[in-house]
Design a protein. Structure first.
Lengths: 181, 355
């Protein structure tokens, strides 16, 4: 099944994500979503000279996006598992890929931003929020949970990373003080 | 499909005879894919591809314009402005006794690290002159000569001026190092001079006898334990060490003679190990001028073509400072330095022990 058909099926019948068998073509559609979304993000950043040019640079961004989404999907799945909601982590990861298609909107958004129609940051925020909204919807399809719980689970990886960074920062300061005194 | 099967199994009695399927039975059928969705997806994909092509075109144009910019603009004024702002005088501190570091760690202040700093800073384009800020009573012969040699090499390779600035003390090896510089500046009250070599060794023979300690030495030659603190020095050993000291002394005198452009005989008159104040040293032409660190930096700026009050570049590397701090903290609260002090062996030194 080509990714278009798979995507069409997911849009029209999202309940199939939670079906016994994985919807055909979900893998390809999800991975293509990551690629298209990252390409959109990369082109957006390139238009504002925020990232270096080249295939290597794009590969680094793609790897980072995949790694972050892998971490996010696993954290969300773990949280759901702990709270008694059953679902598939692999499908969640691929579903996240399908939501990344929204990042492709960043390419035309970059043109609008360049034309001074809303700032680049605002465009990025809009696309990001649309993506988060789509993710909440898909998480609710995959796991039988409320909107709040789905939102909480999506924030969890970011909160975890933030907590780790904050702890490292505080400990570094304490360590520096110990070094100097 | 499951729902269809289940609904069929739930009402077996409602099933019509096999030959006649019930036309009115409600059978949930999966919603047929709307043909419009696929079309919209294809249109969106097409627009995405189009916007990508447009974006690549814009990015390429912008990159090309950015690359072409330096060639199109007359940057001569900007370049000279940038260069004037960037050029600097480097200041290298040389504090304390000079010795070879105990390790090759870049943050240690051994002679090899100082020699490396001299080489690195002299090689930098923006550095136009170098000030050696010396506050040292000297140190071991090898370590002092390593720094001296690094200065001579840097001067020969880069033709950059070196200014030695004396702080509180710059005697013996501290002066040896300064002799390699083009100019020497000191405070009027700086303690300097002490041109000479020293080799000292303690004799613990009596103490060892008292505590009942005796060391057995098995050696391959009669001079193998020369300078041993556990016995009296023999006349032969004394003679041999004196010859070594005389040779090192000649090297010192030659270095001063070459550096200060003074005849060897004149240097020898001054080089009996005595110390001088900065003002006395100036009168004896061992020092060029009197002044403080800022005066030395100004002088270096003038010699380097930067004028007075030039930008100063210190050789301190924040990362190395951090590692040094770490090393100090992790060396068991100073026990390392105690061990190092106890491990000191007698050696030939260009050093003044008056401090």
């Amino acid at each position: 099944m080509n990714p278009f058909t798979a995507l069409e099926t997911i849009i029209q019948r999202p309940e199939l994500l939670a079906a016994g068998e994985r919807p055909a073509g979900l893998g390809r559609a999800g991975l293509l979503g990551y690629f298209a979304g990252t390409l959109g993000l990369f082109v957006f950043l390139r238009m504002f000279s925020a990232v270096p040019p080249g295939i290597m640079s794009f590969s680094v961004v793609l790897t980072l996006v995949l790694a972050l989404n892998y971490f996010a999907a696993s954290s969300v799945h773990l949280f759901m598992d702990f709270t008694g909601a059953k679902g598939s982590a692999a499908r969640l990861f691929l579903a996240f890929g399908c939501t990344d298609y929204f990042l492709a909107l960043l390419v035309p958004a970059a043109f609008f931003a360049k034309l001074q129609f809303l700032s680049a940051f605002l465009w990025f925020t809009i696309c990001f929020l649309v993506m988060v909204y789509a993710r909440v919807r898909l998480v609710r399809r995959l796991y039988p949970v409320s909107v709040n719980k789905a939102l909480l689970s999506l924030c969890l990886p970011y909160a975890g990373l933030g907590a780790v960074c904050f702890t490292v920062f505080v400990y570094s300061i304490a360590w520096m003080v110990w070094l100097i005194i | 499909m499951e729902e269809q099967n289940n609904s069929g199994a739930a009402n077996p009695e409602a099933q019509p005879p096999a030959a006649q399927p019930a036309p009115a039975a409600p059978v949930p059928v999966p919603a047929a894919a709307k043909p419009g969705t696929a079309l919209w997806l294809k249109i969106i994909a097409g627009l995405y591809a189009l916007s990508l092509v447009a974006a690549f075109f814009v990015i390429n144009k912008a990159d090309a314009a950015r690359k072409a910019k330096p060639g199109d603009m007359d940057l001569s004024k900007l370049t000279s402005l940038g260069a004037a702002k960037k050029d600097a005088v480097a200041v290298i501190p040389l504090y304390g006794a000079i010795s070879q570091g105990a390790s090759s760690r870049s943050w240690e202040r051994g002679s090899q690290q100082i020699a490396k700093r001299i080489k690195t800073l002299a090689a930098k384009k923006e550095v136009k002159a170098i000030v050696l800020d010396i506050n040292s009573p000297g140190g071991t012969v090898g370590a002092v000569q390593e720094i001296y040699s690094a200065i001579l090499k840097a001067k020969a390779e880069t033709k950059k001026p070196f200014i030695a600035r004396f702080g509180e003390v710059s005697a013996s090896g501290g002066y040896y190092v300064a002799a390699a510089c083009d100019q020497i500046m000191s405070h009027p009250g700086t303690i300097t001079g002490s041109i000479g070599v020293i080799f000292s060794v303690g004799n613990f023979e009596g103490l060892m006898k008292k505590v009942g300690y005796r060391s057995e030495v098995i050696k391959s030659g009669k001079f193998k334990d020369i300078g041993s603190p556990s016995r009296e020095m023999t006349a032969e050993e004394h003679k041999l060490l004196q010859a070594m000291i005389d040779d090192s002394y000649d090297q010192f005198v030659k270095a001063v003679s070459d550096g200060r452009k003074m005849p060897v005989d004149q240097v020898k008159v001054l080089a009996d190990g005595r110390i001088y104040t900065g003002r006395q040293a100036k009168e004896l032409k061992l020092v060029d001028s009197l002044g403080d660190l800022q005066d030395a930096i100004d002088k270096a700026g003038e010699l380097g073509g930067l004028g007075k009050n030039p930008r100063v570049l210190t050789d301190s590397d924040p990362f190395e400072n951090f590692l040094s701090l770490l090393d100090t903290k992790l060396s068991f609260f100073g026990s390392k330095s105690v061990t190092e002090t106890l491990e000191i062996a007698p050696s030939l030194e260009y050093r003044w022990y008056g401090r």
